[in-house]
Ligand binder design. Sequence first.
Ligand SMILES: [Zn+2]
Length: 61
Amino acid sequence: MTCLRCRGLMVRYWFMELLDETGQEHCRGWRCVNCGDLLDSVILQNEARRSVKASAAALRT
Ligand SMILES: [Zn+2]
């Protein structure tokens, strides 16, 4: 996994503040060790959607 911003190494990251009353984490993501950028599943989905749209736009031109 590489950072979308700087291409640095991304490591697994747990969003501890989002633990619910049962102690289960709800959100896991990735953190860049280089620039500190955070990625979670929502951000990744948005990024995937955006790149699909960009590819479609590139095909049209
Ligand atoms: Zn980075």
